[in-house]
Design a protein around this ligand. Structure first.
Ligand code: NIG
Ligand code: FE
Length: 405
């Protein structure tokens, strides 16, 4: 069927200020018509035009589908024991990534695919309609390329993260080994990865890559037509925000340790500050203050950072609740950041909102207002997740591409 009318929406969040109140464009008593997978009409439910089919949501809230702009889904194994040790006082370090690298290299393609599908099914159940995923647990030409090849069959938003950490077989040879790995990532590994990637990312932090190495790798990626994004200032501040802005990265992710100057730089740039509440939660670290960023005028996204080490969650409602409670965001700001903010971090205009012409990616909540996402933490309020105007089969695994992309 080509058109669907959604009736009796108690509260509709559009993220379009011309369609409703405030930055999230919220309106009550709303209706929406979808045609050919896009939003074709938004107005009062009482004036809802005819359509091929009709869905009455009975006064519940409808919000844009979540856009998860930061996840690491190409891995095998888990690190539950490492999490428990942290909760007993052991600090988080970048070195834990190597445990997952060993498990990922040992996994078959089918095992990596099955794990990805399991996580994507969880994401749909948490209201995520677009996700990005990085490689970064292969760290050899063969294992990075296969991670990205498998990922690209499931999402358009694939990110080459060969520069996650220096793998043991290079690191154990000291500086010459490290230099060789940086050249490999910027050379042969990038060449193989580029065919399956839209983005390039570097973990620029203590225990991972320094600013000069990150610049070299990101610049090589840009020359290969990948767009840059960066893991910045999660564990320490080594100057990654300046590099992010210098290279016009779409997003600087984590932003846990920010100086006033970093905030000024982000506010004056097109680089989105992506906050990852699950990472501070799961590493028992101090949360960044989103207020400082928002009040300075920076664009803020919230994402899951789903990965087996520092944030093993696919729940965007959980991230919203933590962002509200711990990062000084209002419920409306956190919702905007998990939808329109995520879209901005992926430089997408077709998703993250329900303005006219947008992809009809939305969530029907089992709640009368989006505020319940933070107000009722830990309660599953996701009623239905729709993508391109179709209800996602809870066990369905179609590729997350939009027809016009
Ligand atoms: O975003 N910071 C770097 N990468 C991941 C963690 C990876 C891991 O611990 O396995 C992150 O938190
Ligand atoms: Fe990450």
């Amino acid at each position: 069927m080509s058109s669907v009318a959604i009736a009796n929406i108690g509260s509709l969040v559009t993220n379009d200020e011309t369609l409703g109140a405030g930055k999230i464009g919220e309106r009550s008593g709303a209706g929406m018509v979808i045609e050919h997978g896009r939003v074709a009409w938004v107005g009062d439910s009482a004036n809802l035009p005819e359509a091929d089919s009709h869905v009455d949501v009975g006064g519940q809230a409808v919000i844009p589908g979540f856009v998860d702009s930061h996840a690491h889904l190409m891995f095998a194994g888990d690190r539950a024991a490492e999490f428990s040790a942290r909760m007993e006082g052991k600090p988080y370090s970048a070195g834990g990534i190597k445990t997952t690298v060993a498990a990922t290299r040992a996994a078959t393609d089918d095992e990596l695919t099955a794990n990805l599908r399991r996580l994507v099914t969880e994401m749909h159940a948490s209201g995520i309609t677009t996700f990005e995923t990085k490689s970064g647990y292969g760290l050899s030409v063969e294992d990075e390329v296969r991670s990205l090849r498998i990922a690209a069959a499931h999402t358009d938003e694939t990110t080459f993260l060969g520069a996650h950490v220096v793998p043991a077989e290079f690191a154990e040879r000291g500086q010459p080994g490290v230099d060789e790995y940086v050249s490999l990532v910027s050379g042969e590994m990038l060449t193989g990865a580029a065919a399956h990637s839209k983005w390039i990312d570097v973990f620029c932090d203590r225990g991972a890559f320094d600013v000069d190495q990150a610049r070299e790798i990101l610049t090589a990626g840009i020359a290969a037509d990948l767009a840059p994004r960066i893991h910045a200032n999660q564990l320490s501040n080594i100057g990654a925000i300046e590099l992010a802005v210098e290279l016009d990265c779409a997003s600087a992710d984590h932003c846990t340790h920010l100086s006033d100057r970093d905030i000024e730089l982000l506010a004056g740039s097109n680089t989105v500050a992506t906050l990852l509440p699950g990472a501070e939660f799961s590493t028992r670290s101090a949360y960044p203050d989103a207020r400082r960023l928002i009040d300075a005028g920076a664009t803020v996204a919230v994402a899951t950072d789903c990965n087996p080490g520092s944030s093993y969650t696919t729940s965007m409602p959980f991230c919203i609740a933590v962002a509200v409670r711990e990062m000084q965001m209002s419920p409306a700001e956190a919702l905007w950041s998990a939808t329109a903010g995520g879209a901005a971090a992926l430089r997408r205009r077709d998703i993250g909102h329900l303005g006219l012409g947008a992809a009809a990616d939305f969530v029907i909540l089992n709640a009368p207002s989006h505020q319940h996402l933070a107000y009722r933490p830990g309660v599953n309020l996701i009623g239905q997740t729709w993508r391109n105007g179709k209800l996602i089969d809870p066990s369905g695994h179609s590729k997350q591409g939009h027809s016009h992309d």
